[in-house]
Design a protein around this ligand. Structure first.
Ligand SMILES: *[C@@H]1O[C@H](CO)[C@@H](O)[C@H](O)[C@H]1NC(C)=O
Ligand SMILES: *[C@@H]1O[C@H](CO)[C@@H](O)[C@H](O)[C@H]1NC(C)=O
Length: 338
């Protein structure tokens, strides 16, 4: 039975590994770094060659990647007021505590006028990413590319609907308040959801119909400075939904826990072999009725005698007529340490 369990575990780990590898292969990402080609304040035109057939016919997420950007810094990520961004009432004190370490109002105290305060306050909103992107079919350097139903120079059809986590526009922020500030609702919400890692990809648009392989023109309005902190900016196309936890990350987590579980299972097996459970049943007879695996009943096996132990179980295992003490008060220890 334990050897069987080990086989099951080994097969599961192997299957999980294969599933993980295929999922990783299905998450395709193309990155176009542009901070070194497009200075802040410029509008730049870049050629992008999509050579991934994986982008065809599936939703493709267009976004941006920043590196060395510590959104997870403890004075950074909590610095915004969800009351303000959701249109609920707030006081000067609320803003001082929500938007710390920023000073959101001219004076701190209950007598100040809340209407004089920054709206919205907070470092997260103040530092929102503001580069803009547009994408068109074809590149000036090439001609004659043919797309079904698209002409060279046509804009790639994409939308910002759905780039925020589903609950953000519903429960956390009021999209029309953000639009009234002159910002795009969902990409701003995606920015407000602080990343836990200093290198991150945030979604900007979704190309529902995917992208055929070919040449494209990317127009970048570069506004966001990254030189000051030594970071980089890139435009990213990916099949991975950035508003969901990464399947790859889940897979790695799963493999790590399996990797921890396997040695434990091995330890249990070894413990079982060295110090096997007693053959005495102490279960009530009613419970015995559901026990049809007589291989649970086994004699003491000397250490190191694993294979012969499991192979001679059937003939050496006593039938169900083994001693039973009703009520579970018997002397035998039916529980194994694992
Ligand atoms: C603002 O006032 C509150 C109490 O009214 C106080 O706890 C807080 O430290 C003050 N913040 C600043 C930045 O002065
Ligand atoms: C873009 O964001 C940066 C950093 O917050 C800011 O300095 C700059 O003024 C912004 N530019 C525009 C046009 O909003």
């Amino acid at each position: 039975m334990f050897v069987g369990a080990m086989v099951v575990i080994a097969v599961s780990v192997g299957a999980a590994f294969v599933v993980c590898l295929s999922l990783m292969a299905s998450e395709v990402t193309q990155t176009v770094r542009y901070d070194d080609m497009c200075a802040v304040g410029d509008t730049c035109t870049l050629s992008v060659t999509v050579d991934e057939p994986a982008f065809s016919g599936v939703p493709v997420y267009a976004g941006y990647q920043l590196t060395k950007y510590y959104q997870n810094y403890k004075d950074y990520y909590p610095s915004y007021s969800d009351e303000q961004l959701d249109g609920r009432s707030f006081t000067v004190e609320d803003l001082y505590s929500d938007c710390y370490p920023q000073d959101p109002c001219p004076t701190n105290g209950s007598d100040s006028d809340v209407s004089e305060c920054l709206d919205p306050c907070g470092i997260v909103y103040a530092t929102r990413f503001n580069d803009t992107f547009s994408m068109a079919y074809g590149a000036s350097a090439t001609d004659g590319m043919a797309w079904v139903g698209k002409a060279e120079g046509d804009a790639v059809d994409w939308t910002s609907d759905g780039v925020a986590w589903a609950e953000d526009p519903e429960d956390r922020f009021n999209p029309s308040l953000i639009e009234a500030l002159g910002d795009e609702a969902e990409p701003t919400m995606a920015w407000m959801r602080a990343s836990g890692t200093p290198s991150f990809v945030k979604p900007y648009r979704i190309i529902e119909g995917g992208l055929e392989a070919g040449e494209y023109t990317l127009t970048v309005g570069s506004e966001y400075p990254v030189d000051a902190f030594g970071g980089t900016k890139a435009f990213v196309l990916t099949t991975r939904d950035p508003t969901r936890p990464s399947i790859v990350a889940l897979c790695i987590g799963c493999l790590v826990s399996l990797g921890l579980a396997a040695p434990l299972a091995l330890l249990c097996t070894v413990t079982h072999i060295i110090k096997p459970r007693s053959s005495k049943y102490t279960m009530p007879i009613s419970a015995m009725a559901s026990v049809n695996d007589t291989s649970d009943v086994r004699e003491v096996v000397p250490p190191g005698d694993v294979d012969s132990a499991s192979s001679r179980q059937p003939e050496s295992a006593p039938p169900l007529a083994a001693p039973v003490s009703e009520g579970g008060t018997g002397t035998g220890d039916t529980r194994h340490s694992c």
